[in-house]
Design a binder for this molecule. Structure first.
Ligand code: NAD
Ligand code: MG
Length: 393
């Protein structure tokens, strides 16, 4: 019987993971821990349906409500960031890391100590602490499996191949909500407009990050850190249909693509069943009905985040932690209506340039704490930059 935990079970990736688990015979798995946020009713429902040992909300103020919702069960209830670590310390064979943002780093990092298989949807873990995370997995004989659809596609296109024969990796991008908007309209994009994705059903934050392509910029860094290829080997192409999830090009010129419906249960299911393949409840592609697939190069004026990602990959060290934290803080400000859509990239660029001149951005992270310190500092600096812009305007 496999012991399974889901961090961020109430989110978009979390719900898809729960869906797949509920389709498996109950006697094949023991669910150890489920974690969520304010939606305690849903968390409690999942914990009952999966007969989990433990349910954790990351918010201390939601503890009582969760306890209440599970009072007639034997399920252990806990709350707060320390409880997330406690949940990660409960040995499990397979753990889904699907918390959104840098908050997902610490629980996944801790779980690696138990030699677990970590299914990593939380791309921020690799962006902020890639070398540390990969080294920790190696030290403890743990396995990290990519769950981001692009990285799952790349991983699958690499099966049986020698990474040394890879010439390039092509990461596809839908182009997000504004791919066809006139450039001069972008500054006035509303939160609602930025929160709708043309192809994928996802959490709000990653949906907005898809419109700005901050999501793709995180994914380029994720590619660099997970697969260990040089930044020059990583390309991006806009592919509006989102049916090719990414491609690997080999030195003989062969290009291996992974195609599938835009449904995260593909990538989650692959990680869940790896190294085997199992039946998955996803739509099958009818290529004749689809007729054609389109591609074009991303315009750097529309997607300045992509240029920033190149700079972050060049500096490496703590630049990923700073970049992600600045991006998260700028996104908070956009969601709160404090900055415009196009301001986000400008604010992140300003924060990175400030930090690179005085904060040892290029230093390799020596511990999780150094990463979290840089995260904290970058959020502070970004908040200051946003405040200063507001008073200037
Ligand atoms: P979401 O917003 O739908 O869900 C996030 C989950 O994390 C929820 O369970 C929430 O309660 C929890 N959470 C939020 N803040 C937290 C905090 N501070 N501490 C602990 N828990 C917290 O997010 P999502 O769209 O499912 O994305 C999750 C992760 O997977 C992200 O890193 C995202 O980039 C990545 N990802 C998502 C998709 C997708 O289809 N949604 C695809 C690829 C990668
Ligand atoms: Mg992705």
């Amino acid at each position: 019987m496999r012991r399974i935990s889901i961090f961020g079970s109430t989110g978009s990736v979390g719900e898809n993971t729960v869906d797949l688990l509920l389709r498996q015979p109950a006697e094949t798995r023991q669910v150890v821990a489920l974690t969520g946020g304010r939606n305690v009713a849903r968390l409690a429902e999942q914990a009952r349906a999966l007969n989990a040992e433990m349910a954790v909300t990351c918010y201390a103020e939601c503890h009582a409500a969760l306890k209440d919702a599970l009072s007639d069960t034997g399920i252990t209830v806990a709350a707060g960031p320390a409880a997330l670590i406690e949940a990660a310390d409960r040995p499990a064979d397979w753990i889904m890391s699907a918390i959104v943002g840098a908050a997902g780093l610490a629980p996944g990092f801790h779980a690696l100590r138990h030699g677990t298989t970590l299914a990593l949807a939380n791309k921020e873990s690799l962006v902020t602490a890639g070398p540390l995370l990969m080294a920790e997995a190696k030290r403890h004989g743990a396995t990290i499996l990519p769950v981001d659809s692009e990285h799952s596609a790349i991983f699958q296109a690499l099966v049986g191949e020698d990474i040394a024969t890879v010439e390039r990796i092509v990461v596809t991008a839908s182009g997000g909500a504004f791919r066809d908007w006139p450039l001069d309209k972008l500054a006035h994009a509303t939160l609602e407009e930025a929160s709708s994705h043309p192809n994928w059903e996802m959490g709000q934050r990653i949906t907005i990050d898809s419109a700005s392509m901050f999501n793709k910029s995180l994914e380029l860094i994720e590619t660099r850190e997970y697969f260990g290829v040089a930044p020059e080997q990583i390309e991006t192409v806009i592919h509006p249909e989102s049916l090719i999830h990414s491609l690997v090009g080999y030195r003989d010129g062969a290009l291996m693509a992974h195609l599938g419906a835009p449904d995260m249960r593909h990538a989650i299911g692959y990680a869940l069943n790896w190294p085997d393949r199992a039946d998955l409840p996803v739509a099958r592609l009818d290529l004749a009905a689809i007729g054609q697939l389109n591609f074009h190069a991303p315009d750097p004026r529309r997607y300045p985040a992509l240029t920033l990602a190149r700079e972050v990959m060049r500096i490496r060290g703590l630049a990923g932690a700073a970049f992600n934290a600045a991006k998260e803080r700028a996104l908070d400000a956009f969601i709160a209506g404090e900055v415009r859509f196009t301001d986000m990239a400008q604010v992140v660029e300003a924060a990175l340039s400030q930090l690179s001149s005085d904060s040892g951005l290029g230093n390799a992270p020596s511990s999780l704490d150094t990463v979290l310190e840089m995260d904290h500092l970058a959020r502070q600096r970004t908040a200051e930059i946003i405040r200063n812009r507001a008073t200037r305007n």
